[in-house]
Every structure is written in structure tokens, then in C-alpha cells.
Write a protein that binds this ligand. Structure first.
Ligand code: ZN
Length: 339
């Protein structure tokens, strides 16, 4: 006997096998930023005992990693056959800033553009933060697995474009990775069973962190700017003094070390800096102010590294990004000799 009781009552009827609900390439366009929280107290641990969740999160957040979400967009599709039960649309797409996120903590989340599908036998799937004006289904409509519902967006209580997805059984949220409720403790989660289809499982290998976007800017970009546009200046005017290199990362841990090196056009080091990450964060926007002095013209190589202490106390480079930017030369002004 296993000794682990996932359900207090008898087992629920088998859940529908779920398709991955966003049409995106999980190797480049999207990744899961938050899983179910399995930690009983105020801590947050995902089903692998990793940090990719937050306290009380009972769903999965599929982040799309580029401003492409504003253009053609990333389709949100029905994870299984069912009947549309609830829809909401008309809420604008806007990234909440850190202050708004803090002040919203503990309050009921703001509504977002969303769809709920009833799959019968008590099972439902929920799709949140959809793009304004994108919901194309109506209550009562029958949908097949893979039917288009809308597009990934930035509506409601969120600071990044993503689909919040959850599966529920008679109102109780169920982790599709384990079939559990998320209060069993993360050690137990390994004994669970996946509700994803074989296709979805093939896409959903657990990735504990990485870098998904980098760029240069001439100012400190706001949250909204970064999520809505591609801020990446590669060529700067002569005499430029303000350059920011920014990095979007996920799965960053306290004690990780960020290193930035800027190489001059002749290959020598222009600037080297190192910063310790002071708290573990699931999603990090990291900014590096490159200079307050004019850069001599030419092409600069930038190298960004994230190091992590491993078990034998050696540090390992876990992220390594190379990039370049260019400072244009001053225009020379020729005057023709007067006759
Ligand atoms: Zn979520």
C-alpha cells in the first residue's frame, strides 16, 4: 500500500488528456514560469521542489517570451473537448508595475479576459489573461480539443504576457503535471501522474531557469515598454553616454552572481562588473548601466554571465550571452576652400 492519499474521497473520474493550451515553440517562444505551489506554509515550492511558483499559485503560467504576442499573437487553444461555459473580454492589456503588484497582494485578483470550458464529470479548464478583443468563443458553444479560444495577452493582475491555465475537478484545482491538489508537499508530487497528452508531455520537459530576452537601451525601460516593444538599440549616435544592457531571466537564485564585461573595439576590456543576486526570484529583469562617459566610436562586444555555486563549492556558468553594439563615428565636416 502506498500510504499516500491524494483524494480524501474516492478517486475522481479520469480527467480528459490535455493538449498544451498555447500554440508556441517551447524551445524558443514560451516556457512555464510558474507551476503549482506545493509548500504548505508561506514558502513556495513547485512539484519538483524547485522555485518556479509563488505562494498559493494553483495553476500554471505559460509565458510567451517576445513582444510577438502583440502582433500575430500566440493562439490559446482548448486543452480538451468540451462546452464553453464562461467568457470575459474587454479588459485592456497592461503590465502592472512592482508597486501595483505589491499593493494587490492578498486581495482578490483583478478579472482578466478569460474562458472556462466544461468537460463533463466535474472537470473544467480555465484560461486567463487573454488579449483584449481576442476571445472568439461564446457560452454554450461546443469545442474540440485544439479549438482556437483567443490569444495570449496581458489583461488582469499580471506583469508579463502569459496564459494562466488550470484544470479543476468539482471546483478544486488539480495540477495537470501530477493529478494532485498542490497541498501534499513537493516530495510527494513525484509519485503523481500526468494529465497531459503524449504530445504535450513531449514539449513540457521541466526547465529550471534560463535567459529569454536581452537588449540595449538608452534609458531605464519601464515594465510596460519591455513587454510591449522590442527595446534593442544596436547602433548609437556619436557622443552617447547612457547605455543600458538589460536581461530577462527566470529561475534565478539568491547567491547567483551576475557578471558583465564590455570589450572595446580593440578587444581590451572597457568595463567589468559583478553583482550578487540578493533574493531568489522566478522572473528577473536585470539592468546594467554601461557608462556615464562618452564611448569612443566603434563596435563593442558585451558578455553577460550568470554563475551559480554548485555542490562542491565551485561556481558554474549557467547562462552565457554574447552581444554587440556600435557607436557611430563623429561626422567629419569638410569645407570647400573659397575661391
Ligand atoms: Zn497563474
Amino acid at each position: 500500500m502506498s500510504g499516500i492519499t491524494v483524494w480524501a474521497e474516492s478517486e475522481p473520474p479520469a480527467a480528459p488528456l490535455l493538449a498544451f493550451p498555447v500554440v508556441c515553440d517551447t524551445s524558443s517562444d514560451c516556457f512555464i514560469q510558474h507551476y503549482f505551489d506545493y509548500a504548505p506554509g508561506p514558502e513556495a515550492l513547485d512539484h519538483t521542489c524547485g522555485i518556479l511558483t509563488y505562494n498559493g499559485h494553483k495553476g500554471i503560467d505559460i509565458r510567451v517570451s517576445s513582444p510577438k504576442w502583440k502582433g500575430a499573437g500566440f493562439p490559446v487553444i482548448s486543452a480538451a473537448r468540451g462546452e464553453i461555459e464562461i467568457i470575459k473580454d474587454g479588459i485592456p492589456d497592461r503590465a502592472l508595475n512592482q508597486d501595483e503588484i505589491k499593493s494587490a497582494r492578498g486581495l482578490a485578483p483583478k478579472p482578466s479576459n478569460s474562458v472556462v470550458i466544461n468537460h463533463g464529470n466535474g472537470w473544467r479548464t480555465h484560461y486567463g489573461h487573454l488579449r483584449q478583443g481576442s476571445v472568439i468563443v461564446k457560452p454554450g458553444q461546443e469545442v474540440a480539443r485544439g479549438s482556437l479560444l483567443g490569444l495570449v495577452g496581458l489583461s488582469g493582475s499580471t506583469s508579463f504576457p502569459h496564459l494562466h491555465f488550470h484544470l479543476s475537478y468539482k471546483g478544486q484545482n488539480i495540477d495537470p503535471f501530477t493529478g494532485m491538489k498542490g497541498n501534499e508537499g513537493c516530495e510527494v508530487a513525484a509519485t503523481g501522474r500526468s494529465y497531459w497528452s503524449a504530445d504535450a508531455n513531449a514539449k513540457l520537459g521541466y526547465r529550471n531557469g534560463g535567459v529569454f530576452r536581452t537588449g540595449f537601451s538608452d534609458h531605464f525601460p519601464s515594465f510596460d515598454e519591455l513587454e510591449i516593444s522590442d527595446i534593442d538599440i544596436k547602433i548609437y549616435k556619436p557622443g552617447t553616454t547612457e547605455i543600458y544592457f538589460w536581461v530577462n531571466l527566470w529561475g534565478i537564485r539568491k547567491g547567483d552572481q551576475e557578471e558583465l564585461q564590455i570589450y572595446k573595439p580593440d578587444g581590451t576590456v572597457y568595463k567589468r562588473s559583478s553583482t550578487a543576486v540578493t533574493s531568489s526570484v522566478v522572473g528577473l529583469r536585470s539592468f546594467h548601466h554601461a557608462s556615464s562617459l562618452p564611448f569612443p566610436p566603434g563596435t563593442y562586444q558585451i558578455n553577460y554571465k550568470l554563475r551559480r555555486q554548485v555542490k562542491n563549492k565551485r561556481s558554474e556558468v549557467i547562462i552565457n550571452v554574447d552581444s554587440t553594439m556600435e557607436i557611430l563615428p563623429q561626422k567629419e565636416i569638410f569645407t570647400s576652400p573659397e575661391n
